[in-house]
Write a protein that binds this ligand. Structure first.
Ligand code: PAF
Length: 287
């Protein structure tokens, strides 16, 4: 039977709970989120429970990772529903701080991972990854988990966090967890809630197009730039308003790839009205 997840809002309370577990020799996992939880988040919690004795989830809609004109104010906030889902999933502790707890008056530090954070989503959302690396650094220092889990849907975010953890010697393992999809292939995202019925019907074309393009790249010698240009055209034909990017990148360094010879990732961001959807698929070159 599931128990109700405990909620703490202050870093001091979070630390004292984690200290108590540590004193008993228990391992701790952290699942950072911005709430509006869906099955993708719950798969992170399930994986965390397999990896550690105690699981902390955080819910914090981080203002510094949203640009001007982005969806910070309308980002879905539903803490009671989220807490119920976390309880059912077996999560042990929810850290849900206020903005002033995370960024008190005078806060002026920023963590920036150069290079990896600059192209792809970083080009369309300047400063976004600085906000992500700053808040994730804080959460890692606040919880000091053995392992932190992130979804592969935000693939560039995962690469940025892995680099940051390596560069700054955070004593934590970062675990990427596979994308969870709807039956029609649409990757689960809290932002899917913004889609109208008409946009929702168009949205699965993103995954379909990525999968078909990955197959073309696996089986033919077409250069990735040509296949991606064709894919961008077909997304617009399918009803997307615009395509921010569709690109083949090295799975680890995110360097551009024209002919894959190592594990690569085909990544895309495209817009349906005001909603920006991202997705990616793995591409292991044929032997
Ligand atoms: O992926 C997210 O939900 C957020 O970017 C994260 C990692 C929780 C940081 O705010």
């Amino acid at each position: 039977m599931s128990h109700e997840v405990d909620i703490v809002r202050a870093v001091a309370d979070l630390r004292s709970r984690v200290r108590y577990w540590r004193a008993q020799g228990l391992g701790v996992a952290l699942v950072p989120t911005m709430g509006a939880l869906h099955r993708g988040h719950l798969s992170l919690i399930a994986q965390a429970l397999e990896t550690a004795d105690r699981v902390v989830a955080s819910i914090f809609v981080n203002p510094i990772q949203f640009g001007p004109g982005e969806d910070f104010s309308r980002y879905p906030r539903q803490e009671a529903e989220d807490a119920a889902l976390l309880s059912k999933a077996g999560c042990h502790l929810l850290f849900a701080p206020q903005v002033t707890e995370m960024y008190p008056e005078g806060f002026s530090t920023q963590v920036r991972v150069s290079g990896l954070s600059e192209g792809l989503c970083g080009a369309a959302r300047p400063g976004h990854f600085d906000g992500v690396s700053t808040v994730v650094s804080k959460l890692l220092l606040q919880v000091q988990p053995d392992v932190a889990l992130f979804g592969e849907k935000d693939y560039q975010q995962l690469a940025v966090i892995r680099r940051m953890v390596r560069d700054l010697d955070f004593p934590v393992s970062v675990m990427g967890v596979e994308i969870v999809r709807e039956e029609d292939g649409l990757a689960l995202s809290s932002r899917n809630a913004y889609l109208t019925a008409e946009q929702r019907a168009i949205a699965p074309a993103l995954y379909r197009t990525l999968s078909a393009t990955a197959e073309t790249l696996r089986t033919s010698r077409s250069p990735a730039s040509e296949a991606c240009a064709a894919a961008a055209r077909s997304l617009v034909e399918a009803g997307f308003d615009s395509v921010d990017y569709i690109e083949l990148r090295d799975a680890e360094t995110l360097a551009s790839v024209e002919f894959p010879s190592r594990p690569s990732r085909l990544l895309a961001a495209a817009r349906l009205g005001a909603t920006r959807l991202i997705d990616n698929v793995a591409l292991i070159p044929a032997a």
